[in-house]
Design a binder for this molecule. Structure first.
Ligand code: AMP
Length: 210
């Protein structure tokens, strides 16, 4: 899943994962878990995340390799937030076969509004939005009753930096995957359900075609 922060990648990746029975791997989640664990790698990653920069490729690759070596990844997986630059795209080709790249596109002002209103569950990682997808009870996760919080890097100052990082480093991947014939762009400017419907259609017809 390719797209700027706030485009709905995470929410939609979770939907596809459930619908098609594939694990969703978010390198952002892997990194946040490493930060929480207090490991050396996590400590190193934290300063990059807090500054809205990309964590060094080798660190992310290390976490990714560990995750995809687990048995649930044997028949495939959905990557959410990886690759984020050309080097990572090349690294990925050495360890997996990329079959489809979904790009979710959205304009900058909507992205900022989406990210700053985002609330994430501390326990299960579910994603809500104070206006567009509010939980039933404010501050509490609908799925696991965990506490919802605002990621420190979802505050406005860091969001602008993250969007710049996306433009500079990640956007070149659009051409890269288009040239490889793998890109399926969709508009992120719809309701969660509308976009789910579109993704369902794209992926189901790919599966039918084999
Ligand atoms: P995300 O949860 O995808 O928005 O990622 C949050 C932050 O984690 C990013 O702003 C980066 O600092 C870091 N991060 C996540 N995925 C990657 C990646 N593939 N490469 C480098 N840094 C990443």
């Amino acid at each position: 899943m390719l797209g700027p922060p706030g485009s709905g990648k995470g929410t939609q990746a979770k939907f596809i994962a459930k619908k098609f029975g594939l694990p969703q791997i978010s390198t952002g989640d892997l990194l946040r878990a490493a930060v929480k664990s207090g490991s050396e790698l996590g400590q190193l990653a934290q300063e990059y995340i807090d500054a809205g920069n990309l964590v060094p490729d080798q660190l992310v690759l290390k976490l990714l390799k560990i995750r995809i070596s687990k048995r649930d990844c044997n028949t495939g997986f959905i990557l959410d937030g990886y690759p984020r630059n050309l080097q990572q795209a090349k690294d990925l080709e050495k360890i997996a076969n990329v079959t489809l790249v979904i790009l979710i596109e959205l304009n900058q002002s909507t992205l900022v509004r989406r990210i700053t209103g985002r609330r994430t569950c501390k326990k299960c990682g579910a994603i809500f939005h104070v206006d567009f997808n509010p939980p039933n009870i404010q501050g509490i996760c609908d799925i696991c009753s965990g506490e919802l919080y605002q990621r420190t890097d979802d505050k406005e100052e860091t969001v602008i930096k993250r969007l710049e990082t996306y433009k500079r480093q990640t956007e070149p991947l659009i051409e890269y995957y288009r040239d490889l014939g793998l890109l399926e762009p969709i508009s992120g400017d719809g309701t969660i359900e509308e976009i789910q419907g579109e993704l369902d259609h794209i992926i189901s017809s790919r599966i039918e075609k084999g």
